[in-house]
Design a protein around this ligand. Structure first.
Ligand SMILES: Cc1cc2nc3c(=O)[nH]c(=O)nc-3n(C[C@H](O)[C@H](O)[C@H](O)COP(=O)(O)OP(=O)(O)OC[C@H]3O[C@@H](n4cnc5c(N)ncnc54)[C@H](O)[C@@H]3O)c2cc1C
Length: 406
């Protein structure tokens, strides 16, 4: 079965935030856009903590949001070593929020539909159609062939179609494996603070607890060593602080998913094809946050695709502008964050105790109290680097980094 060919159409694979947002931008530019999503319901199942910077949401036009999408806002974070040493940052105003990811994804999809994009749910893309080295469309699971002038891959970490486009896959060594749960109650937490557990509580990443005003919370972690479920059990029963906070909590739902931390792939385009979001590893290597980077690159993808259609030239050469613009938008911060991730991973539990003691002693929390931006962390550090506490801290961390990476 062959659908009617429309030479100016675009097909998007996946209705996660990156795919739906790109669809919205394309539809707003007047381009016929079809999105294929394998699940029956957009945003389900949700695997994400939905912890997002308010500043970045505002820049993308997503703050404030309709009722029910924002579950809480945060002006504080408490960091704990595995033995319970605590370091807190209290900010002058809320700078992050927790989103209900299912509702957020559905909201973006609704906006994209209003702009004119068409969504096909319960429609799995089985493979790419490739002719003369050009991606010419997709084949669906039911063997429908859907032609497209440009195909945008927003399939998330599975990266199966990315490999078919011969753009490699995601760097397996850079993946951390996450467990995300909903719990029914928490104790001894500040209502507007995110709790973060470092070191061997979740080797290679960290664990988090994100409370809601109704006393429920999201609790999760990711690790590059072993089964995340075992670390979660240890956190809930053995961590000196976390075990008290979740002492009578029941787990309501559990989801597993991986997070790519290696930084964006080197080539996210080929003839007739662009990759956006997690599939292109457009994710912060420090926190694993991918929503803002995915949307930011989705915006660029729509713009570059529009130009390519106008020129009637969807060659890799023309589409390479996408890579250049994404690199300009992200690379400075990603390079910094990759080094920071490497440094954080190198710290032993004892060293975590000293680092958090150091931060308390030298007033690092106060020096960071006016921070508003947490997505572009390289620029954020440059912004606060001249404060005396930060000069001392950067010197101390620099030395630790050098000793960890001789
Ligand atoms: C535990 C956990 C916590 C996280 N917490 C945060 C956080 O607090 N803040 C943050 O910013 N980020 C967070 N992230 C990362 C964030 O979830 C991702 O970066 C984001 O969802 C990526 O969006 P995406 O659209 O690229 O991919 P996805 O959201 O994965 O969407 C991809 C979509 O494509 C569909 N699909 C895949 N293959 C096909 C196919 N062949 N055919 C049709 N459809 C297909 C999938 O069903 C899915 O709906 C977290 C991730 C995890 C695992």
């Amino acid at each position: 079965m062959m659908k009617q060919e429309n030479q100016q159409n675009i097909v998007i694979i996946g209705a996660g935030p990156a795919g739906s947002y790109t669809a919205r931008r394309l539809a707003m530019l007047g381009i016929k856009t079809d999105v294929y999503e394998e699940h029956k319901e957009i945003g389900m199942p949700s695997h994400c903590a939905g912890h997002i910077s308010i500043h970045s949401l505002k820049k993308l036009g997503y703050y404030p949001l309709p009722n029910g999408i924002i579950e809480n806002t945060f002006n504080a974070a408490n960091f704990y070593s595995p033995s319970g040493v605590k370091f807190s940052i209290h900010l002058k105003k809320p700078i992050t929020c927790a989103l209900n990811r299912t509702k957020f994804d559905q909201y973006i999809t609704d906006q994209a539909k209003q702009a004119g994009a068409t969504f096909h749910v319960d429609s799995t893309v089985k493979s790419l159609q490739i002719e003369n080295n050009y991606v010419k469309g997709v084949n669906l699971q039911d063997n429908t062939a859907v032609p497209s002038k440009i195909t945008i891959d927003a399939e998330g970490i599975s990266s199966r179609l990315l490999r078919q486009a011969k753009l490699g896959g995601l760097d397996k060594n850079g993946l951390v494996y996450a467990v995300e749960t909903e719990i029914d109650q928490v104790h001894d937490v500040e209502p507007h603070a995110v709790e973060v557990y470092m070191g061997s509580s979740a080797p290679g990443f960290y664990a988090w607890l994100i409370p809601r005003p109704d006393g429920t919370a999201k609790l999760g972690l990711a690790t590059n060593k072993g089964n995340p479920q075992n670390y979660l059990k240890n956190l809930m029963t053995k961590h000196p602080i976390a075990k008290k906070q979740v002492k009578s909590a029941k787990i309501i739902t559990t989801n597993y998913h991986a997070i790519p931390l290696s930084g964006p792939i080197n080539k996210a385009y080929t003839n007739g094809f662009l990759a956006v979001g997690d599939v292109a590893s457009q994710v912060k290597p420090t926190t694993g946050g991918g929503v803002i980077f995915g949307l930011t690159c989705g915006d660029i993808a729509a713009d570059v695709a529009k130009t390519a259609l106008t020129l009637d030239d969807v060659s890799a050469k023309t589409l390479s502008t996408y890579q250049k613009r994404c690199d300009t938008a992200l690379n400075f911060d990603v390079t910094f964050m990759l080094r920071l991730r490497h440094f954080l991973n190198s710290l032993s539990d004892e060293r975590w105790n000293s680092v958090l003691h150091f931060c308390n002693r030298f007033g690092v929390g106060k020096a960071l109290s006016e921070v508003e931006e947490i997505d572009y962390q390289g620029r954020m550090i440059m912004h606060v680097a001249t404060k005396p506490a930060m000069i001392t801290a950067l010197g101390y961390f620099g030395l630790l980094y050098l000793f960890a990476n001789p």
